[in-house]
Design a protein around this ligand. Structure first.
Ligand SMILES: [Ca+2]
Ligand SMILES: [Ca+2]
Ligand SMILES: [Ca+2]
Ligand SMILES: [Ca+2]
Length: 187
């Protein structure tokens, strides 16, 4: 009994050392091959406006300059496993990324738009199984939720809720017909 204890702990040390060696090799490979970039020059001005960065065989980042001003305005980030993790977009091309989407298992989970880029979100998009189901609109002055818009599976607005008094409580409800025309119904 008493001589078995050192044997087990020496095996644990071996497993631990094996883990350290594996981690060291992984880190070595990561820095030995720091990634390569390639891309496309869509507008033919000699500069790449779509850049693909790879880590070994896996894509790690895709960058786009959609308006051709030389600044990246759309960015996709991939994890070390090559699965899409996040998207950032500068849709007004002012150099600040105001829209972000976080991905889980490679599909959209949560989106945010901060048009003033001051950190307070003004739109919060919710996805279910990668499909946009609702948008929460925030008052940029109070940072309280002002309106929630609900979508059907095809992106059409079916219902919205609104805070008419500014107290953060949604007190009005609007339903929309199949042509998108609103029909107000008090809550
Ligand atoms: Ca170009
Ligand atoms: Ca650009
Ligand atoms: Ca922007
Ligand atoms: Ca209210």
């Amino acid at each position: 009994m008493s001589d078995q204890q050192p044997l087990i702990s020496s095996q644990n040390v071996k497993f631990f050392l094996a883990g350290v060696v594996v981690a060291a090799i992984a880190l070595f490979l990561l820095y030995r091959f720091p990634g390569s970039s390639e891309g496309f020059d869509h507008n033919g001005d000699g500069n790449l406006d779509e850049i693909h960065t790879r880590q070994g065989d896996l894509i790690s980042k895709i960058e786009h300059d959609r308006n051709g001003d030389g600044n990246i305005d759309l960015l996709w980030n991939y994890g070390f496993d090559g699965v899409l993790e996040s998207m950032k977009a500068d849709n007004d091309f002012d150099g600040t990324f105001e829209q972000t989407v976080q991905y889980e298992r490679g599909i959209p989970a949560v989106g945010r738009i901060d048009s003033s880029a001051d950190g307070t979100r003004d739109v919060h998009n919710n996805y279910q199984n990668g499909v946009l189901t609702s948008s929460e609109l925030y008052d940029p002055f109070t940072n309280l939720r002002k309106k929630v818009i609900y979508f059907d599976a095809f992106g059409k607005v079916v219902e919205s809720e609104f805070d008419s008094t500014g107290d953060g409580r949604l007190d009005q409800k609007t339903e929309y017909d199949s042509f998108g025309d609103p029909h107000l119904s008090e809550k």
